[in-house]
Ligand binder design. Structure first.
Ligand SMILES: Cc1cc2nc3c(=O)[nH]c(=O)nc-3n(C[C@H](O)[C@H](O)[C@H](O)COP(=O)(O)O)c2cc1C
Length: 638
């Protein structure tokens, strides 16, 4: 790899790489993101190599292991270019058929295609509703790049924004372009990146730092990981451009230790960028010097908070500090430090290349561009989705997500990670952007989106998030440490049938106190799941407290399982699966549950064949009559 000494040399290299690429050549892209790897995509890759070798096709077909394609629900995903034929749930044993049918005979393997609601098969990736309704300007290139090969990124125009910034723009004009684009931070608060850059740039001192925040500790969120794993150079290019604008010469990527593929691909990306002279001294032959260090985080949610993260980089315990002086002015080792989220940085090359006017043409009045969400929970198509700001929750959950599985009803969607809020059905037409989500008591956060169906208990959900935050609170400030603990005690009581009058008001009071008095945003936003569920699902809290019932049938202490004797076929399936032998009865004798032994695991409910439906779950309703020893022969009872 020769060191590139000018923008021209980068352009020459791009042309050389592109000229070697035959765009008509068949190319099998295999999603190798963490999700698909868990489904066994590495074996799918190996099978393609072996099968192509067997058919003497290795020089006629390229095989490209790529980053996450996003449709994680249907992994392993294989897309065959140039036609973009998309195969879902591919297993190694499917590979010989794909090679023979598609790569040799140019036909599609019907059984591996996406099937629409109308039963029609959709062969082309971009026509699948999950992809069709997205705008994938940031995550979209994942599917075209081998993340361990810088040349793939360069071929797609990678590092041309850096060259433009270095040779056609001054640091001030770069800064102004980002300000004009009104790029808001994708990591939580939505603070305008340009203004933060400007604060660091104009803060006194010669030494300044820039940071990529890749901590991403929210349950259910994996956008940043997938971007770093799948297209590390896009983040790196944004960071170098930002450093140029701010006049920083050293940067850090703070990435959690539990993201090994992201760390590995990023390490390779840094080495390759160095070799090509895109990092280090005199980048692309310019006078700009910049280097990056990877700092692996130990996996604490609170360490994603900016001041905590900087303390961790300094080698101390990653706990937040009061921000009387902002980190943009006094960050790592008290030097001005600009921190941005992975996705925020990845937007920068696009803004520089295509301009602020293009960027502001996407999105809403106050929130420009797109946002990546990890759409998870009770939704048919789980995965990573990138949509323009302003798309409604309904469009995301139904048009892209395919709606709620098993014909169940939608109940709520939780956005913004553990400190976000739960949004009810009547707000499904809310256009999502930073401001609209805050108005309804939730937030954008870094982009977690958890869908819940009618079987979800909203009190239990609030309890789940508070429990998570109790474990993650650093304990440094009293409002957060004690407030969360007290909230958890009250929520546990309510879920256990020990709730009392005044509990809801007390939860609200504690929540307001925490929002006003906590040290960092973990504490000030921690009550959101509780306050939003009280706001939109207050009745459910009241039923738990007053009637000691859990309408969704989730809170263990408030439910009981029963066997309907008129439906029981005495088949022994539930009895055999009960882990505590709480089910009495034998072949031919209808079964009964011993409630003293029952641990309410629900296994009997799950295993009872659906054509019998003999096990029911009750919460507060009158239990069915039981007579012991009833015989059943060929459906007749005596
Ligand atoms: C408890 C807590 C955890 C956070 N975790 C992350 C994180 O994992 N990634 C992230 O980018 N921002 C996280 N943030 C937000 C950061 O403090 C900071 O605002 C963000 O990195 C700034 O980048 P942005 O302006 O590009 O969003 C967290 C904040 C809090 C309070």
């Amino acid at each position: 790899m020769p060191k590139l000494k000018s923008a021209n040399e980068l352009e020459q290299l791009r042309k050389k790489i592109q000229s070697k690429k035959d765009t008509d050549k068949l190319c099998v892209t295999i999603c190798s993101g963490t999700g698909c790897r868990a489904y066994g995509s590495e074996n799918v890759y190996q099978s393609f190599i072996e099968e192509l070798r067997r058919n003497d096709l290795l020089d006629k077909v390229d095989v490209l292991p790529t980053g996450c394609h996003g449709y994680c629900e249907r992994g392993s995903i294989v897309v065959i270019l140039p036609k973009e034929i998309c195969y879902l749930k591919v297993k190694p044993e499917d590979v010989p058929e794909i090679v023979t049918t598609t790569l040799i005979k140019n036909e599609v393997v019907d059984r591996l295609l996406y099937v629409g609601d109308d039963g029609k098969k959709i062969p082309i990736e971009g026509d699948i509703p999950f992809y069709k309704n997205q705008k994938r300007i940031i995550i979209g290139n994942n599917r075209l790049i081998n993340p361990t090969k810088i040349e793939d990124y360069i071929a797609l125009g990678g590092y041309s924004a850096l060259a433009k910034a270095l040779f056609e723009m001054t640091p001030e004009t770069v800064l102004n372009e980002v300000k004009k684009a009104n790029l808001r931070g994708r990591g939580g608060g939505g603070f305008p990146a340009g203004i933060k850059w400007e604060t660091t740039r104009s803060a006194p001192g010669d030494v300044k730092y820039v940071i990529v925040n890749a901590d991403e500790g929210d349950p259910g969120a994996y956008m940043d990981r997938s971007l770093l794993e799948g297209n590390p150079h896009s983040v790196l290019e944004g960071l170098i451009i930002g450093a140029y604008a701010i006049e920083a010469h050293e940067g850090f990527v703070y990435v959690r230790q539990e993201y090994p593929i992201a760390v590995e691909n990023l390490t390779i990306a840094l080495e390759q960028a160095h070799k090509y002279g895109l990092l280090g001294s005199h980048i692309l032959g310019s006078r700009f010097n910049f280097d990056v260090i990877i700092h692996r985080g130990a996996g604490a949610f609170v360490s994603g908070e900016s001041s905590a993260l900087m303390t961790a980089i300094e080698g101390r315990v990653g706990e937040p500090r009061p921000k009387y002086i902002r980190t943009a002015v006094s960050g790592i080792w008290e030097k001005p430090t600009n921190i941005n989220n992975v996705e925020t940085w990845a937007n920068v090359p696009l803004i520089i290349n295509r301009g602020a006017d293009w960027f502001t043409s996407i999105g809403t009045e106050g929130s420009k561009g797109t946002k990546i969400f990890s759409l998870v929970g009770k939704v048919i198509n789980t995965g990573l989705v990138e949509v323009p700001m302003g798309m409604t929750l309904r469009q995301i959950i139904y048009d892209i997500g395919g709606g709620i599985p098993k014909g169940k009803k939608f109940k709520a969607v939780q956005t913004g990670g553990p400190s976000g809020g739960c949004i009810p059905e009547n707000l499904l037409d809310l256009p999502i952007d930073f401001d609209e989500l805050s108005k309804v008591g939730s937030m954008m956060g870094s982009g977690g989106m958890i869908v819940m169906d009618e079987d979800t208990c909203m009190v239990d959900i609030a309890r789940y998030f508070v429990n998570f935050l109790v474990g993650e609170s650093c304990g440094k400030c009293v409002p957060c440490r004690e407030g969360l603990k007290q909230m958890l005690i009250i929520l546990n009581n309510i879920c256990n049938g020990k709730g009392k009058d005044g509990d809801i008001e007390l939860l609200e009071e504690i929540g307001e106190m925490m929002s006003a008095a906590s040290l960092c945003a973990l504490g000030t936003t921690a009550a959101n799941p509780v306050l939003s569920t009280i706001k939109y699902f207050r009745k459910e809290y009241e039923v738990h407290i007053v009637e000691k019932r859990c309408p969704a049938g989730v809170c263990k202490e408030l439910i009981e399982y029963h066997i309907l004797q008129e439906r029981c076929q005495a088949c022994l399936i539930c009895a055999r699966n009960c882990p505590v032998n709480a089910i009495a009865g034998e072949k031919g004798i209808v079964h009964t549950i011993d409630h003293k032994k029952c641990i309410k695991c629900g296994i009997c409910f799950e295993v009872c064949p659906s054509h019998f439906n003999a096990v029911i779950k009750l919460s507060g309703e009158k239990p069915p009559e039981v007579s012991y020893g009833m015989k059943v022969t060929r459906g007749k009872r005596e």
